[in-house]
Design a protein around this ligand. Structure first.
Ligand code: SF4
Ligand code: SF4
Length: 341
């Protein structure tokens, strides 16, 4: 395993990070074995979040006796001081640790959320917790490539987690050089597009072009771990065949590849466009009963209220075919619900 410096955190992290969003999809003993196997293989960067179902709890059990071998990154999306502190302390308990190596503000794609972090004293609270030694480094996790410049005003941060894959290239196109110049540690979420890109080999080759980027890949089996460990070592650059594959996949997914940035909102009919458009990703990442439930039934049924005004499409920077996507995702959700798996 090779290690790289994660920007100005100066942490030496494995060239591949372990995404723990999906470990709740397999029986706990398998999940625990997988995490321990990953750490024993040299993987030392583990990313989770307060909101990933059961993920922190499982990690807490899996990492017993291994805490000093790993760098843990977790997140909270709370924008009120009390709720934020509650989540931070819960994360520490669940992870069975006294400190987090990296704490990321979660879901910071909208400017209003950043304003709340400052106004509600959340940033100040985090800085106090850092002084107490509960957090070592601060960062952000977001789905909006245009908001990153604002993070510099919000907090002195040293790590960032953004989607990087060959379909949503805008994050690196717009920000990579500046992030490197400012020595920000860059972690790539969704290197496989949240499961929508099936060619992992080409995906990893694409990301490997960016020397300073650490891909965080969600894994749920030893087989996937072994495959990823092999792929991350590929040193050859993209060749013509890879470029053709990328073009084909971009064409296939291009006008229906939601980035989750939320620019299309608000919908006057109250439709939660980002949630519905992420249905297939949710099915790949979470256990069935965390995706299909009465609450989400309502969110998805709400698609029927669409009056096809087209305003969301006008606002989407990628001009996605949102109306068709909503219907497709609604039908897909209810098909899976009927199948019961
Ligand atoms: S087209 Fe439908 S989903 Fe989009 S803004 Fe209009 S009502 Fe909402
Ligand atoms: S539909 Fe477009 S604007 Fe809305 S979240 Fe997806 S990519 Fe962003």
């Amino acid at each position: 395993m090779k290690y790289k410096r994660l920007g100005k955190t100066n942490l030496e992290v494995s060239q591949l990070g372990f995404g723990a969003v999906q470990i709740c999809r397999v029986p706990e003993t398998e999940a625990v074995n997988l995490v321990r196997e990953a750490v024993n293989s040299g993987l030392n960067l583990i990313d989770t979040a307060h909101d990933y179902p059961d993920s922190e709890d499982i990690l807490g059990r899996a990492l017993k006796g291994l805490r000093d071998k790993v760098i843990i990154s977790t997140k909270s999306g709370k924008t009120s001081r009390e709720e934020f502190l509650d989540e931070l302390n819960t994360s520490l308990k669940r992870l069975n640790t006294d400190y987090l190596d990296i704490f990321l503000f979660h879901g910071t794609s909208k400017s209003e959320n950043l304003d709340k972090l400052i106004k509600n004293g959340v940033v100040e609270a985090l800085l106090k917790e850092r002084k107490k030694g509960k957090v070592r480094f601060i960062g952000f996790s977001c789905h909006n490539p245009d908001i990153i410049d604002r993070f510099y005003e919000v907090a002195d941060f040293s790590a960032l987690m953004i989607p990087i894959n060959f379909v949503s290239t805008e994050f690196v196109d717009k920000n990579y050089k500046k992030l490197v110049k400012n020595d920000i540690g860059i972690m790539a979420m969704k290197p496989l597009g949240g499961g929508r890109i099936e060619d992992a080999r080409v995906s990893l080759k694409y990301i490997n072009q960016y020397e300073k980027v650490i891909p965080i890949i969600g894994m749920q089996s030893i087989r996937e771990l072994e495959e990823n460990l092999e792929l991350v070592n590929i040193k050859e650059p993209l060749d013509d065949g890879d470029r053709q594959t990328i073009e084909n996949i971009r064409k296939e997914l291009g006008d229906k590849f939601c980035r989750g940035c939320g620019y299309c909102l608000p919908c006057e009919q109250g439709i939660n466009i980002t949630d519905v458009n992420y249905i297939k990703v949710f099915f790949k990442q979470f256990p069935f009963d965390r995706v299909v439930n009465p609450e989400r039934d309502k969110v998805v049924e709400h698609v029927d209220e669409c009056i096809e005004c087209g305003k969301c499409i006008e606002r989407c920077p990628y001009s996605l075919e949102i109306i068709d996507m909503l219907k497709e995702n609604r039908d897909y959700y209810f098909m899976r619900k009927e199948m019961g798996k």
